[in-house]
Design a protein around this ligand. Structure first.
Ligand code: DC
Length: 233
């Protein structure tokens, strides 16, 4: 299933489209490193919230944040069970970055050019040896336009909100389906319309609408795409 030849796999798509689950599964099946680029934007957002750089109107102080990016270090630690945890300045923030409070504030932070520039160069450095599966919004268009395999994952906003709502409820978060649907729609709009690297499908990406697919089905499709990309690279 895995091959000596190493490639870069870019998986982009809308929020809560299930792309992280797919990307993580593929990476473990083929022995690649998995990087959740959204977690990096979330970690910067959490840092900015704690530093008092995000107002009650949810708007970040872009200039102050960009000038203080040097104070933020982001890394991933791999647990013995294979799960990855996002580390912010040495602290495990994996749960803290997944709350609705962070989700409500992350898109405006991700729209700041200076933040994107810094995270894009960190992401490129993670891919220099290839053998990486990275998911996000601009991986196939901006971070790794030369990726050998690009996939664009989609599902309806209602379907994505339903999945996210169940996840948050399972974690004991006090949210309503309407709140989550609003958050999904708002993030879609900000991600699609921002000036810097807006969310869009790369011309050479394969589209995958997983609204009516089981996880087994989507994993199988992805593995088939990987095998084809290896044959063609
Ligand atoms: O995938 P996610 O929901 O965890 O992403 C969080 C936010 O970060 C989302 O609003 C879009 C943004 N993001 C981005 O702009 N570029 C990426 N490569 C990954 C995420």
């Amino acid at each position: 299933m895995s091959s000596d030849k190493k490639i870069i796999i870019a998986i982009d798509g809308y929020s809560s489209s299930g792309k992280s689950t797919m990307a993580r599964h593929l990476a473990s099946a083929i022995g690649y490193r998995y990087i959740d680029s959204g977690a990096m934007y979330r970690a910067v957002t959490l840092w900015a919230m704690r530093a008092g750089l995000i107002g009650d109107d949810l708007a970040p102080d872009a200039d102050a944040l960009v000038s203080r990016l040097g104070e933020i270090s982001i890394d991933f630690s791999v647990n013995p069970d294979g799960t990855q945890h996002t580390m912010l300045n040495g602290e495990d923030v994996e749960s803290a970055i997944r709350t609705l409070e962070v989700s409500d504030r992350v898109s405006p932070v991700a729209a700041i050019g200076g933040v994107r520039k810094a995270l894009t160069s960190m992401q490129r450095a993670m891919g220099v040896e290839k053998g990486i599966v990275m998911d996000g919004r601009d991986i196939g268009t901006a971070v790794f336009p030369q990726a050998e395999l690009k996939v664009f994952v989609d599902a309806s906003a209602e379907c994505r909100a339903e999945r996210r709502y169940k996840e948050l409820k399972a974690k004991g978060e006090d949210v309503t389906y309407e709140d989550v649907l609003n958050n999904v729609r708002t993030r879609d709009r900000i991600d699609e319309t921002r000036e810097e690297s807006p969310l869009r499908k790369a011309a050479d990406a394969v589209s995958l609408d997983n609204s009516a697919m089981s996880t087994d089905e989507q994993n199988e499709i992805l593995l088939g795409l990987y095998e084809k990309a290896i044959r063609n690279s």
